[in-house]
Design a protein around this ligand. Structure first.
Ligand code: NCD
Length: 297
């Protein structure tokens, strides 16, 4: 049976750890011809910088080639073709497919519509599993481990797909989670239930300052404005991280952010040793090399 990566829950802890190990191999050895002759199709129905380009870079680094689009308005979807029909056809042009789409469940639908492996590059506010593997790899890289860490997640817990997948993945490890909720943007109940079911220790907080001295990783995220009405009061981000707040932090704290950043992290923090989000973005390439190589086997 073909493998897909639609939800982070598709992977066992052993499979996650295996992919992280493969990613560190590709980080050390970034050139390979493992996927020579193979084609990746990149189908991006929503804006993307890192996910699409790091997938493309990963595929080229593995010796493969890329076809695809980042503007669905110039495809036959615009003429009224269904996603299923498009995927069926594209599946006969490529060996692997990555899709980003605004509808939750679209990546699952794509996976069911083709015989080639499908990776979810973000489906609405649901899941973003390849970002999560990048995040786990980065956490392990900057802290030397995942188990035992105290991790705060802040920003848009409601619509942030990167947050959702990361929470589910961290439930495999023995971590302590601090969830900093932005007003009106709470973590979905299904994720809270999963954390409880897995016995993860977690608590909700209104302010970052309450937890700052305890944490090893601070995962910031952007308010997902495109996922709710223009008139909504959610627009106001009350969770901007200021350099002055880091006075209370451990020296070894590292700040992550899936990017793009809007106003969640003061720019002056970039030059401090706490900032690790650009390294995190760079890690998207070796991590996605590991994913591509594994799914194409
Ligand atoms: C994230 C996404 O698209 O969900 N970006 C990314 O893939 N690096 C986060 C975001 O857009 O806020």
């Amino acid at each position: 049976m073909k493998k897909d990566l639609v939800s982070i829950s598709d992977l066992t802890k052993e499979e996650i750890d295996y992919l992280l190990k493969k990613a560190s191999h590709f980080k050390a050895e970034p050139k390979s011809d493992l996927l020579k002759g193979s084609i990746l199709a990149t189908l991006f129905f929503e804006p993307s910088t890192r996910t699409r380009l790091s997938f493309e870079s990963a595929m080229y680094r593995l010796g493969g080639s890329v076809i695809g689009f980042s503007n669905a308005n110039i495809t036959s979807i615009k003429k009224g073709e269904s996603l299923i029909d498009s995927i069926k056809v594209i599946g006969s042009y490529a060996d692997l497919l990555v899709i980003r789409h605004p509808d939750e469940g679209s990546a699952r639908l794509a996976a069911e519509s083709t015989h080639i492996p499908v990776m979810n590059g973000g489906d609405g506010s649901n899941q973003h599993p390849t970002q999560t593997l990048t995040d786990l790899f980065t956490i392990q890289e900057c802290q030397g481990k995942i188990d035992g860490l105290h991790i705060a997640l802040a920003g848009d817990l409601k619509y942030g797909r990167a947050i959702h997948s990361l929470c589910l993945a961290l439930a495999h490890y023995s971590v302590r989670l601090y969830l900093i909720e932005t007003e009106s943007l709470p973590l979905p109940q299904a994720i809270t239930d999963e954390l409880k079911k897995k016995g993860v220790k977690f608590s909700f907080h209104k302010s970052l300052d309450e937890v700052m001295p305890k944490i090893d990783i601070l995962y910031m995220s952007r308010i997902q404005k495109e996922r709710f009405e223009e008139t909504s009061t959610h627009f106001h981000n009350n969770c901007t991280l200021k350099k002055s707040q880091l006075g209370a932090a451990k020296k070894t704290l590292r700040i992550l952010h899936p990017l793009p950043r809007v106003d969640e992290i003061e720019k002056s923090i970039d030059a401090t040793p706490f900032a690790y989000y650009f390294e995190q973005a760079a890690n998207g390439v070796p991590t996605r090399m590991a994913i591509l190589a594994d799914l194409k086997k």
